[in-house]
Design a binder for this molecule. Structure first.
Ligand SMILES: Cc1cc2nc3c(=O)[nH]c(=O)nc-3n(C[C@H](O)[C@H](O)[C@H](O)COP(=O)(O)OP(=O)(O)OC[C@H]3O[C@@H](n4cnc5c(N)ncnc54)[C@H](O)[C@@H]3O)c2cc1C
Ligand code: FES
Ligand code: FES
Length: 496
């Protein structure tokens, strides 16, 4: 079996073995390759200073998305092309890791001979940088946004850059730079790094599992579920890794130090999405970006929640399966997935079983998943009648923030009477909950202020919130009461 990882960085092929396979991408870039343009500040996916573009083959082309390299491990990157800030600009003397040299444009005065991209030029001309520490991350994220959208609007720039923090320049000049760059129609990365030079090799790698052992740690990266299950049988405590947006933070903060990893990143069947009979059927490793694309038209309420899930860098690699298995009481997808009665396929050595997500959680971070099992598919029924479906995320900041409270309310109302109620509440107990007594209370009642006020009273007897940095238990009780009234008033306002 192959015992090395093969990837391209700024167009150069590299094989990675031993301990380096377990490094974060940012460490590998900075320590091994001396590509120090990629900065590290938080090491937990919050600031975007370490952003790089991660290219994965999609058919004949390579699809580039910005990711936080501080929470990506090298073993996740087999068969990919990573482009760092050094790889964006045409510059001479960069050791072959940047684009080919020069230069029909004069270098800005006082700087070495570098041909800046339209994005970089715009950052210079619009004064989008002061200390410069965040600047490579912004440049990479802007370039990544252009890869998905040639003409972003100001709002799209605002949401597209929520994963990048700047502590000194301020965002006005950075947004001005983004706007200027849009007018200059930057070229796509595919024009500088022809996919044809890499796709053939990616195709060969696609069918080959690999394992790397550095004497202390092992990682296995299979290409099918059967091989993954066989590995888990022998290594029941192996840490399963999908996007690593949770696992990466836990490892960087030394909360966990796994000795064995099962990498799901190359199992193609875990990434397919299909929609049939009103069901969106997602592989568990479908990224939030791809889930968002699938639900945008069909369940716009869920799309709105997905579009403020973390940041673009988090959504590009973080997966629906990871969010479900992570089992956080503040997992943002869970309230909707629970009221939608999503079905989960779980594969084990004895076959695949299906379970309703409402039966999946048994306590704080406790799930129905047994050792040796993998979540393989998430089947989301598209709500037939969404007139009375609302999803809520309450957090201190609108973007890139952890929820203080989440909720999903979905009522069937006919002739002013509630015939069926589905409610899920997050951050009010050890798991996201379905308050069943509240749901039963609502059924058969008039859809009125009295009913919704009384439902809030029933619900607070079903929750057990705690106080933490994001809010007190009383605050969460008050939010629980309020959400029922808000739901009603949103509809009354619409009618008026
Ligand atoms: C900066 C930042 C912002 C974030 N913002 C949000 C947010 O707004 N809302 C929110 O809900 N979450 C947020 N998260 C948490 C995280 O991004 C999500 O939970 C994400 O969906 C996890 O997916 P992943 O693929 O990265 O999971 P991983 O980190 O790879 O795995 C998470 C857990 O699930 C297990 N696992 C993964 N896939 C499978 C599988 N198929 N079968 C069995 N086990 C599996 C892993 O072993 C691990 O225990 C944020 C994280 C960061 C770092
Ligand atoms: S260093 Fe902050 S997101 Fe990676
Ligand atoms: S320029 Fe200093 S952090 Fe942005």
């Amino acid at each position: 079996m192959r015992n090395e990882i093969v990837l391209f960085i700024n167009g150069v092929r590299l094989a990675v073995r031993g301990a380096e396979a377990f490094q974060t991408l940012s460490d590998f870039l900075r320590i091994r390759l001396r590509l120090t343009g990629t900065k590290v500040v938080c090491s937990e996916g919050d600031c975007g200073s370490c952003s790089v573009l991660l290219g994965r083959p999609r058919g004949e082309r390579i699809d580039y998305r910005a990711v936080d390299s501080c929470i990506q491990f090298m073993f996740q990157l087999d068969g990919t092309h990573v482009v760092t800030v050094e790889g964006l600009s045409r510059c001479s003397g960069n050791g072959g890791v940047g684009r080919p040299a020069p230069s029909d444009r004069p270098a800005p005065s006082g700087l070495p001979s570098v041909e800046l991209t339209p994005v970089q030029n715009a950052m210079v001309e619009c004064h989008g940088s002061q200390c410069g520490y965040c600047t490579p991350g912004f440049v990479v994220s802007m370039t990544g946004l252009f890869e998905r959208n040639a003409t972003p609007t100001v709002d799209e720039w605002r949401s597209g850059l929520t994963g990048n923090l700047c502590r000194c320049t301020g965002y006005t000049s950075i947004l001005a730079a983004a706007k200027q760059a849009t007018n200059e129609s930057p070229q796509s990365l595919g024009e500088f790094y022809p996919a044809s030079a890499m796709i053939g090799e990616f195709e060969q790698l696609r069918g080959q599992p690999f394992t790397v052992n550095d004497g202390e740690r092992t990682v296995f990266s299979p290409v099918d579920v059967a091989a993954a299950l066989a590995f888990l049988k022998d290594n029941p405590h192996a840490k399963i890794v999908a996007g690593a947006t949770d696992v990466g933070v836990q490892i960087n903060k030394r909360v966990i130090a796994p000795k064995a990893f099962l990498d799901l990143n190359r199992i193609a069947e875990l990434e397919t999405i299909c929609t049939n009979d009103g069901v969106i059927d997602c592989g568990a490793r479908t990224s939030w970006t791809d889930v968002g694309d699938a639900v945008r038209e069909r369940v716009p309420e869920f799309f709105d929640i997905v579009s403020i899930f973390g940041s673009p860098q988090i959504r590009h690699v973080g997966t629906i399966g990871g969010n479900i298995v992570n089992a956080s009481p503040i997992g943002d997808s869970l309230p909707f997935l629970m009221v939608a009665d999503v079905q989960l396929d779980i594969a084990g050595m004895n076959g695949t079983r299906t379970i309703n997500i409402n039966d999946f959680y048994h306590g704080y971070r406790k799930t129905d998943l047994k050792p040796g099992e993998i979540l393989t598919r998430v089947r989301i029924p598209v709500p037939a009648n969404r007139e009375h479906l609302s999803l809520y995320k309450v957090s201190r900041r609108h973007d890139l923030d952890i929820s203080s409270f989440t909720a999903a309310l979905w009522l069937d109302v006919a002739g002013g009477v509630i015939s069926k109620a589905r409610v899920a509440l997050g951050a009010v107990g050890s798991t996201v909950i379905r308050p069943r007594r509240t749901e039963a209370f609502l059924a058969g009642k008039p859809f009125s202020e009295d009913t919704m006020r009384a439902a809030g009273d029933v619900a607070i007897d079903e929750i057990s919130p705690i106080s933490d940095v994001r809010g007190s238990a009383d605050y969460r009780r008050q939010l629980t009461r309020n959400i029922f009234l808000r739901f009603l008033h949103e509809r009354t306002r619409n009618v008026a």
